[in-house]
Each structure stands twice: as structure tokens, then as C-alpha cells.
Design a protein around this ligand. Sequence first.
Ligand code: GTP
Ligand code: MG
Length: 555
Amino acid sequence: PHSISRHLSCPGTRVASVGSEEQPSGGAETGTEDKTLQKKFSEVQKERREQAQRTVLIHCPNNINEKKFLKYLSQHGSISNHFFYESFGLYAVVEFCQKDSINSLQNGTHTPTQSTEAAIPFKSRFLNLKLKNPSNQVSGQSFVQADSQSPPSSKKLFELLSYAESIDAQLTALLKAFQLTEENVRLRHLTCSLIEDIAAAYFPSCVVWPFGSSVNTFGKLGCDLDMFLDLDETGNLSDHKNTGNFLMEFQVKNVPSERVATQKILSVIGECLDNFGPGCVGVQKILNARCPLVRFSHQGSGFQCDLTANNSIALKSSELLYIYGSLDSRVRALVFGVRCWARAHSLTSSIPGAWITNFSLTMMVIFFLQRRSPPILPTLDSLKSMADAEDRCILEGNNCTFIQDINKIKPSGNTETLELLLKEFFEYFGNFAFNKNSINIRQGREQNKPDSSPLYIQNPFETSLNISKNVSQNQLQKFVELARDSAWILEQEKKDQPSSSSHPWGLAALLLPPGAGQTSLSRKKKKKPMSEKVKGLLASIKSNSPDRSTDASGK
Ligand code: GTP
Ligand code: MG
């Protein structure tokens, strides 16, 4: 239940001023027509953070009168943007033109007094608006309206897909329906900013950055909010006063390792969120994970949040994906299509386990697009070779340098359609020698696998690591089978063009669970050859892997 309504109220409003983050290209089919200058990742993140710092989150009564509400808040300064959304109650996100307005608003805000419980008087930017005289407000005029902010239901999705005129149009429609909206992006940055205020109680100059799919251009409505607690914002140290014979250091406590330090910091922040954080519920400290984290739900924004620290490489990975996602409009459309396809067939899951992750799927799409002729995406090594001095970046001893200015990267001359690319993606990975080769976006070439993990995707920055180490042979096999089936379905579609849009066709046919949608004439025709083909494929997979195919073929 997440719906939204947005209105602009003051002159000089800049709704989409930094809104290019999630829709980097202008919807051009080949990605070569878009001439607008694109911002660097770090610039977008800084602007979004500054915007979030001028913003408050207000829980409102349902029968709020919008005009009166805005007039009341304008006492504290002009408002540059606001919108309403519903998430177990009505909430308003209000962005002031000036940061000072927040102080003014907070100065006129009370800590509630309760008779049975006591309030922890933590003064945040998450507020609660009450009506002094509820009956006065219900005047029937100017009630807030709500658009949907949640991803479309599968019924809606299939409707949408059936109206599209081509597979290319289907992939574009899917992207439009699932990508993060401008409001959702704002709410994500605001939530990080609210958490930053809490962490700042211990570490006054810390920054909480969103990373992962919230910022890497591949976020789907409803995805989790990954946060990174940055305690020494890189590059912040001014060295102009560091001349002379002395060097000043802070007195600090020492612990045995970086990991222990991270665990200790996350532990106290976790306690702080749990005890004092307005709206932070279900706080879990998961400190023994490979990457220690604090997981919690943020009521109000409705996001599931994962807070990590000492994780700057993940932020850099997000920047790399942002660049890949912004370079060519086909990238995001294809990644969304593949992610939805994988989710529809339970190849991915929200529960951690032996499944392929969205992150790995994205890497596979990028790798595939590097392999096209001519390539649609450059290799990471070539992005590194284009870097200049200010792009230089070494994190934890790893060279994470690559060009940050997207505008300096030459667009691809490849004009293949999304339909072709989707089909070829399935064909490529349906026949990939996973038993021998690893996927490597740094070189854009397959290489010999350094170990026996079923799926090996080299971590782009920590090159001795495999980002898909968790994936079991069984899950990989399921992926390969579904990829082959899907390539085959798309091949058939091409032969007998969709006769009627009342039957799922194209992308819609790919998203159906196996066995569904066979009422269509064309599907009936396919039925027999399909099962024969699957049997053959299974046999070929069995011949080079341990026999664990029973549950995959039984479904
Ligand atoms: P969603 O499924 O939409 O949340 O995609 P996501 O990209 O946000 O993935 P997730 O929340 O699982 O992880 C957040 C970020 O952590 C990713 O974007 C990566 O940068 C990083 N990450 C996730 N899994 C791995 C991994 O196995 N290895 C490494 N090196 N980084 C990872
Ligand atoms: Mg995520």
C-alpha cells in the first residue's frame, strides 16, 4: 500500500533538477541519440544528499487539507518541492529551499507527552502532524491525491505487455513500470539522511550514502535500501596545512582488525537505531556476516534497510554500474527484463541462499553486451585506460580507477534491437561453458575458472574473489535450462508472429511459469518439440555435471 501524489508549490521549483539519476538516457532506442550532458555519479550523490538535508518527513492525518498544510509549513521558509504518499498512513515529504527552515520548524515542534509511556526526546526530521481541531479541516477541498508507488501487480504487468507492439516496446514498458520514480529516489536519500543524523550522534562528520540498486540505475520499485556509513569521507582531508616538520594525528583506540572496528561501530549504531531511532524497527545486528551489517525496517518510508560500514568498494561498484547503466539505454531495459524473468522463475529470491543474485545477473548482462560485435559496452580495463589523474582511486589496496565522466565515453556504434539482444542473451548463456570458464567484465573475455565453483563471476575490483560463489550447480543448471527454453520461445515467436494479443506473447510468454499460458495456439504447437528439446538439453548438461537435475526438470 504505497501510493504517492506530488505537487509543486513555490516558484523556482526544480523537481527533476537532479532527477536524471534513475532515467539517465532519454528513452532513445539505440542510446546514441541522447546528447544531454550526464552528471558524474559523485555529483548526483552530493546534490541528492544536500537536497535530502533540506527535507523533512511528516506523518499526516488522512483528512489533511493540502493548501492549509503548505501554508502552515511556509511560516518556516519557502518550500521547493513536496509530495504525499501512503504507507500505512499518509506521509508528506517536504523539501525547503533553505536548510535554516528545518531549524525553525524543529524549534516550533513539541516532544509528545504520554501518560503511560515516556518518550525519548530525540529531535529528528521525522515528524508527526496533528490537527488541533479535526472537524475544521474536513472541508472537502484540496485533499491529497495518491498515485501508486509500488511495482505493478502481475495482472497489470501482463496487461501492459499485451498492449505493446513489439518485444522492444515490451522491454521498454517493463522498464518504465518498474524503475524507481523520482519521488522514490528522493525518499531513499531522505531515509539515508535521517539515519545519518542518528549516526552523527557518535560520529559528527559521518555520511550515510545509499549504494546498490537504489543508486546504480538498476533499482526496481520495492527493492531494499543499502546504506554505507562513511566515517572518513574520502578526499575530505585538506593537506594545505600539512606542510612543515610535523604531522598531527588523532588519539584513537585500537582494535585487532578493520573487521573488529567495523563490528564495534555497527554494534553501537545498531543499539542507537534500536533505542533512539524514530521509525527504526526490527533492528537486527548481523555482525558475523562476510560484510557485517545492521538490518532494520524504516517505518514511514517503508524501506527495508541494510546499513554497512567500511564498504567503500561496494559504493565504487555502484558507480561502475551507474556508468554502464547510463551509457546506452538498452542496458537498463535488458537488465530489468532479465531480472524480472529470473524473479518470475524463482531463479532469484529475497532470501539469501544458493540462488543467483540480481548483482550477478547484472554482471552477466554487462559481460554479454561487452561481447557483442561491435561491443555495446566497453570493458572495465578500457574505462580504466580512459581515466585521468582525478579519477584515480585505490581502495583497500585495490585499484578501482575508471573514468568518471560518462560524456567522455564514445557511444557504441552497435544498433541491435532489444529483441535480438534478449534472445541472444539467453542463447549465449544457455550455451556458455560454465564448467570451464569464468565471466570477467574487466577484460570482457571469458577466462579459465580459477576454482570449481559452478558459476564464477570475477569481482571487478577484488579480482581474486567470485561474486557468485554462493550459486549451486543445481541453481546454475536451472538458469541454463530456462535460458535455453526462453531463447527457443523467442525464436518461435519470430517464426509465427503473435496472432492475437489476447495470449501472452514475447516477453509475457517468457515471464509465465512453465506450463502456464498453453491455451494459445502457437504455444500448443510448441509443446511437443519443447519437451523433447528440454530432454536433450538435460542430457547434455548431465554429461558434464553431477546429476542433480531431478528437481529442476520435475517442475
Ligand atoms: P537488489 O537485489 O535490487 O537489492 O540489488 P542490489 O544491487 O542492491 O544488491 P544487494 O542489495 O544484494 O547488494 C548491494 C550491493 O552490494 C550490490 O550492488 C553490490 O555492489 C554489493 N554486493 C552484493 N553482493 C555482492 C557480492 O557477492 N560481492 C560483492 N563484492 N559485492 C556485492
Ligand atoms: Mg539492494
